[in-house]
Design a protein around this ligand. Structure first.
Ligand SMILES: [Zn+2]
Ligand SMILES: [Zn+2]
Length: 334
């Protein structure tokens, strides 16, 4: 994580996918977009350090548990949709790493707390990229599961907190998480009603708990919950090691289609996007920061005195969203 001083505020934690001032200057001087427009952020395909953006879904069910497609058909569905990587994460069934044609298959499994009582805390943890079986027993508490996933070389993702009706206090005690699902496709219509966890993530961020933002399908029904929500990962190459390293470093954003990159200059955050209808910024200061213009490809946000975090979302003409990582801000005057 890089550290940048800006005016009276100190950004103490910047997502790794943000462009620093050096990137902006370099791009201004050297780079034009495909149609000749100035690019002030990473090139949309390959950044100046040679990194590429890869699309993947790390939460998928098959007939090995309660999903409707068998593993081979599920993998082929995602491969043919242009995904670069996928994890099959059936409940309590660990899948092995593999290749499905030109798509990378990461090992995966979903674990859950023994209780279904939301007052006690329903917790689902997705593990991906484990090099060995973490050996988690049913009934284990979920911090034990997170630790075992990390010890096995994987990443632990906090799944669908809104669907689980989690309060921030149920999530704060966890350590070792590599991400949280801000959007989970199958937790929305037509099967469920709480796909979006942005408010819980914002309440955590307000209190200083910053978790990397991810999106996933959690595909079960294949009735519209497939190939919808994903992460874009900025990695050097399509190998398990490279993708896992980039995710651990937070070099990613979440999306259903739009591209969304953040840049920081002075006390102004710039969001650059593919053409969208709205770009909005979230912080812990009350009051909206919504920008609306058909086909817009960027918007700015001036950091406010009472902000402790800022993140961005964008939505295109088809209602597809993109979600940035969270910028943590410390204001020494507060
Ligand atoms: Zn789940
Ligand atoms: Zn699931």
């Amino acid at each position: 994580m890089s550290i940048t001083e800006i005016k009276f505020y100190k950004v103490i934690e910047i997502p790794a996918n943000i462009c620093d001032n050096e990137d902006i200057k370099t791009k201004d001087e050297k780079t034009k977009g495909n149609s000749g427009e100035d690019r002030i952020c990473y090139d949309m395909i390959t950044d100046r350090k040679g990194g590429k953006w890869f699309r993947g879904n790390l939460h998928t069910h098959t007939t090995r548990s309660d999903g409707r497609l068998d593993p081979a058909d599920a993998a082929e569905l995602y491969r043919s949709a242009g995904y670069d990587f996928l994890a099959l994460t059936d409940h309590w069934v660990l899948s092995e790493g593999d290749r499905a044609g030109d798509m990378l298959l990461l090992p995966g499994c979903e674990y859950n707390s023994p209780t279904g009582d939301t007052r006690k805390g329903v917790v689902h943890i997705v593990g991906a990229g484990m090099k060995t079986d973490p050996g988690i027993a049913r009934g284990a508490d979920m911090q034990t599961a997170v630790d075992a996933i990390n010890n096995a070389g994987g990443i632990a993702i906090y799944a669908h907190p809104a669907w689980s009706l989690n309060s921030p206090d149920q999530i704060k005690p966890f350590s070792g998480l590599s991400g949280v699902e801000i959007y989970n496709s199958t937790c929305g219509l037509p099967s469920n009603t709480r796909p979006y966890s942005g408010m819980i993530i914002d309440l955590l961020a307000r209190d200083g708990y910053i978790l990397p933002v991810m999106a996933a399908d959690d595909t079960h029904s294949y009735n519209g919950d497939e190939t919808k929500s994903f992460i874009m990962v900025n990695a050097a190459e399509l190998t398990a090691e490279s993708i896992m390293g980039a995710i651990r470093g937070g070099k990613m954003y979440a999306s259903q289609g739009p591209e969304l990159y953040l840049a920081l200059e002075g006390d102004t955050i710039t969001a650059r996007t593919s053409p969208v209808e709205h770009i909005f910024f979230f912080s812990d200061t009350c009051g909206g920061a919504v920008n609306t213009k058909s086909g817009m490809t960027g918007a700015t946000y001036k950091i406010r005195a009472s902000d402790h975090f800022v993140r961005a979302e964008a939505v295109d003409t088809e209602g597809r969203y993109a979600w940035s990582q969270i910028i943590k801000i410390r204001n020494p005057n507060i």
